[in-house]
Design a protein around this ligand. Structure first.
Ligand code: FES
Length: 79
C-alpha cells in the first residue's frame, strides 16, 4: 500500500516522515507541530500534514494522560 512503510503510516509526504517517528518525538516531549518540525522536519514544507501532526501529538499525550483536547466553553445563556 502506498504511504505505508514498515508498519507506519507516512504522514509528511514532503519530508517522508511517518507516524511512528512523530509519535516517538511527541513521547519525548514535543507539544506543538513546530517542535515536531524542528526535530524531524515534518510540517515544514507545504504544511498540509500539520493537522495530522497535531492529532498525533494529542493522541500520544492523551494516551499518557498528560494532555487533553482544548476546550471551548460556550457562554452562559443571556450573557
Ligand atoms: S506534507 Fe508535511 S510539510 Fe508537506
Amino acid at each position: 500500500m502506498r504511504g505505508y512503510l514498515w508498519g507506519a503510516l507516512l504522514v509528511c509526504h514532503c519530508h517522508r516522515v511517518n507516524d511512528a517517528t512523530i509519535r516517538s518525538i511527541a513521547r519525548e516531549g514535543a507539544r506543538t507541530a513546530e517542535e515536531i518540525g524542528e526535530a524531524c522536519g515534518a510540517g515544514t514544507g507545504c504544511g498540509g500534514c500539520k493537522p495530522a501532526i497535531a492529532g498525533l501529538i494529542v493522541s500520544e499525550g492523551a494516551s499518557r494522560g498528560v494532555a487533553s483536547l482544548p476546550m471551548i466553553l460556550a457562554p452562559e445563556p443571556g450573557t
